[in-house]
Design a protein around this ligand. Sequence first.
Ligand SMILES: Nc1nc2c(ncn2[C@@H]2O[C@H](COP(=O)(O)OP(=O)(O)O)[C@@H](O)[C@H]2O)c(=O)[nH]1
Ligand SMILES: Nc1ncnc2c1ncn2[C@@H]1O[C@H](COP(=O)(O)OP(=O)(O)O)[C@@H](O)[C@H]1O
Length: 483
Amino acid sequence: MAKRKARGRTMLDRVNNASTSHEDTEITPPILDALVDSNENTSPSNTQKVTLLIAIKYNKSNLKRTTNNFINKTSRGNAYLEKMVLKNSDFYKKPCSLLDIVVKAFIGHIAYVISSNGISPTNLCQHELVTSIVVGRRSHVAKDKIIEMVIPVVLGTKPKSSKGHSAVLLDEDRILIIKGNSTSDDCFWFLEVNTTFVKEQKKRFETDVVAWSRGVIGEAEIPIVISGPSGVGKGTLISKLMEEFPSMFGFSVSHTTRAPRTKEQIGVHYHFTERSVMEKDIEDGKFLEFASVHGNLYGTSIEAVEAVTDKGKRCILDIDVQGARSVRASSLEAIFIFICPPSFEDLEKRLRARGTETEEQIQKRLKTARAELEQRNSPGLFDHILVNDNLDTCYKNLKKLLGINEGAETTLLPELVEVPLEHTVSKIDQKILINCGNAEEENSSSSMFLLDLSSIKGGAPGRTRGLNLHIVEPSIYGTKMLS
Ligand SMILES: Nc1nc2c(ncn2[C@@H]2O[C@H](COP(=O)(O)OP(=O)(O)O)[C@@H](O)[C@H]2O)c(=O)[nH]1
Ligand SMILES: Nc1ncnc2c1ncn2[C@@H]1O[C@H](COP(=O)(O)OP(=O)(O)O)[C@@H](O)[C@H]1O
């Protein structure tokens, strides 16, 4: 540790010395000066795949830089340093708080600035991680290095307040953010900048888009989409599954504009909402899918799916066939099951016996049901079709295809560990070494973790699953797996 620190200082000094002329440059938001341009010796000849991350602490009184810690890694072995200069410009509506830690990652010509504390022109979220994206077109660089700044549309639930974080550029698609002072269930976040989902959203919004996805330790299974005509027994089957395996499954609570039924609870069965509110949220990209069913709007919010995954549970979605089609077309990986009635007459009987709809509504549902039943064999849409004739038999078949054995164990949540504010990270292929030891102690072995990202799945919209976290035990040159 001590060695790494000393080497870092030397490299930073070199850049400082090589570029002192930039010290006084007045810099436009967001306060970046890509000094690397003036220092070709340390910058790679072309900057297509370079990671550069520096965390700097700023002092409230005079905003002087004090280098706290930096990590310098490149995916090609090339390395260059870049310095950030922070000026107390008009850009800041308020003075910097005591410690602002800024982390920046370059992907090609784009610099992603991830700040802990309000480094954003809007400066709205003082205590939230705020994402700004800065596009610096280095080929057109004149005096001022940064010629364009873009605040992207930020999708997904953001990480909550953090005093500091480090970051690792994983590939050209996503940046891993490690929050300090957090436990491992809320510590690992992915800022997706160019994944398939983000690319789709960029087209949709016609602007820059980034998306947050929380990393979940362990092998959470992919979500289950259950579809089928109204009254076939979807809700009944889902309730049985959740009652028998409460720690294994969680229900994605949809939004709907329809009125609640007598026994339905807000936030449990549905989030009942106004059409105008829901339409605005859809417009803002908060929904994974939505559809107009029987004259009402129904939709699955990204947050609804994330809320289940965050609890380490497997998410179940009860959605209509249009919704299933949208999810299939999206980047959310899932298993798709269609529940079929033994006959149309049985379906009608069940709908009537349920007694929750007026005759007019029943007629609407039956009409839709015919169309839905026709689509069950639509190529590539459903993975399984289950006939719900005898309820117990159908339930057994459902459990079988989900791979649940009789008397299955409930899911064990992984042991939690804490990553402190002060930590360093390094990356070797898909493995991230997180050193939380005291920098002054050479053999601070007690808090070193290895985060293995080689089997990650999912991602925005929704969580990134399959992270494996190990405690590194240098004394025996081994690791202990936590997930
Ligand atoms: N696309 C989509 N469909 C949904 C969603 N939530 C519920 N649905 C579907 O909307 C339809 C009507 O649901 P509901 O009003 O609860 O009536 P029920 O199916 O007769 O109990 C059903 O086919 C549900 O699967 C959703 O979030 N998205
Ligand atoms: N296999 C079955 N045989 C007879 N009735 C059933 C069966 N499965 C469900 N039901 C009943 O049918 C009605 C509709 O079921 P429900 O779960 O509400 O359907 P959905 O959620 O698909 O609209 C309910 O009254 C339920 O008790």
